[in-house]
Design a binder for this molecule. Structure first.
Ligand SMILES: Cc1ncc(COP(=O)(O)O)c(C=O)c1O
Length: 446
């Protein structure tokens, strides 16, 4: 289908129903602050930070200027057997923000690459310690770690996995999901308290089944984002840390969504007071402007990999892994400008404050509406869970998303949930508008 400015016949859209999209497209041509302009001249409020990326809002001049300056200085340089000044500076800045001894940054370009990188580090690290038999990974039901074969295998969203059968990694198990739809349907700015210890399943079933000595790593999102903002039970991550420590298992936090301010703190690890062995990031690190991801590893992991090669010749590479664009100078310049801007404008603190405003508005405005069966809010994000339409899973959330878009508000359908996670610069009026539009759409689609 051709519009005056573009022809839609050649782009295969990701995670999108292509056939219906092309009949009724949503195409952005401009963005500023909290708003997009579409190809047909409509203003759309970005209620999801463009998929959790744009914390500082769109079209931020300090980031744009840093990119332009970097392009004119060093546009690109190979990342293998050489590096660039921007990558070292960005890594230093990121390591300084990370908790504990998470000090060693392996750059990549996306959250999916970060997931696969962290799994490969886990295997290589154990082998370097003489425990190459540790090759089982544990993920969690409904976890999302991107679309690479590693991330997909430890991920637990059925639709993302079902087509790939035996191509998924073989030695993977999954912990049970962390949501109780009856007892914890409505949660606002708090951690759900479970009477039952849901990590007993890991200790008493999964670990003995594989034998803990064979397990390389456990990977979880601190808050389950893509599935629909499902919150961990109180004390869950601390206990997970203890279990991993007891058995020499690495703990990986996938903070592609919770990293860089979404929880009102640098990372979800800070919010929950738990330091993992590896922390994966992407998205908000560059305000979404240029792809960049990474894995922050502990000094212990890095030193183990280096020490294992102490007897190797000087030209021996310690870890056979990396991407052509690992530590791209323009992406790293964008990251440094973004992280400086977050700091100058106190945007993480603001995210925490506006998170309470969002939670109040969601619970106050939407609880009790027809088909609403749960609302969860924490940090600057919330999910409204809707009753499934019989025989058509996900349809109601999709219809609400489409209707909200027509009313000029971008929200995210995730399974039966509508997820809202605006930029940290969001104002109260924007939140009110988002919640009003979502409420009207829910009533229409009840
Ligand atoms: C927790 C988590 N990990 C990994 C990814 C994959 O990131 P990307 O789409 O950049 O590959 C996502 C994307 O939403 C994510 O939320």
């Amino acid at each position: 289908m051709a519009y005056p400015d573009f022809n839609m016949d050649h782009q295969w859209l990701p995670f999108t129903p292509n056939r219906s999209f092309k009949k009724d497209p949503r195409v952005f041509v401009k963005a500023d602050g909290m708003f997009f302009t579409t190809h047909d001249g409509k203003q759309v409020l970005d209620g999801i930070s463009s998929l959790w990326c744009v914390g500082a809002g769109h079209n931020r001049k300090p980031i744009n200027e840093a990119i332009k300056k970097q392009l004119d200085t060093l546009d690109y340089a190979t990342a293998f057997q050489a590096s660039n000044d921007q990558a070292f500076k960005a890594a230093e800045m990121i390591a300084a923000m990370a908790p504990g001894d998470l000090n060693q940054v392996l750059f990549c370009n996306s959250g999916s690459e970060a997931a696969d990188t962290s799994l490969k580090v886990a295997l290589a690290y154990h082998r370097a310690r003489g425990e190459g038999h540790r090759n089982v990974f544990i993920g969690r039901e409904k976890g999302y770690h991107g679309v690479g074969f590693g991330g997909m295998s430890v991920g637990g969203i059925p639709a993302n996995r079902k087509v790939y059968g035996a191509a998924l990694l073989p030695r993977v198990d999954h912990m049970r999901f962390i949501h109780d739809p009856v007892k914890h349907a409505y949660i606002h700015g708090a951690e759900p308290v479970w009477e039952e210890d849901i990590l007993l399943e890991l200790e008493q079933r999964i670990l003995p089944l594989h034998d803990p000595s064979n397990i390389a790593a456990v990977i979880v999102e601190p808050v389950s984002g893509s599935a629909g903002w499902y919150l961990p039970p109180k004390g869950y991550l601390k206990r997970l840390r203890e279990i991993c420590d007891k058995h020499g298992i690495l703990l990986i936090f996938d903070e592609v969504i919770t990293g860089f301010g979404r929880m009102g703190t640098n990372f979800g690890a800070d919010y929950y007071g738990v330091v993992p062995d590896m922390l994966n990031f992407a998205k908000a690190v560059t305000n979404g402007v240029i792809p960049l991801g990474g894995v922050i590893c502990t000094d212990r992991i890095y030193n183990t990999m280096m020490d294992a090669n102490a007897g190797s010749p000087a030209h021996a590479i310690e870890f056979f892994h990396g991407y052509t664009y690992s530590g791209h100078p323009v992406a790293c310049a964008a990251a440094m400008a973004t992280l400086s801007l977050f700091k100058e404008e106190n945007l993480f603190e603001r995210a925490g404050e506006m998170g309470m405003v969002l939670g109040d508005a969601l619970h106050g405005g939407l609880k009790g509406l027809p088909s609403v069966i749960g609302i969860r809010s924490l940090g600057l994000a919330g999910a409204v869970e809707l009753a499934s339409v019989a025989g058509a899973p996900g349809k109601r959330a999709y219809d609400v998303f489409m209707d909200c878009f027509k009313q000029g508000v971008l929200v995210r359908p995730a399974g039966e949930n509508i997820v809202i996670c605006p930029p940290y610069i969001v104002e109260k009026e924007h939140i009110e508008r988002i919640v009003n539009v979502v409420g009207e759409s829910i009533k229409k689609n009840a």
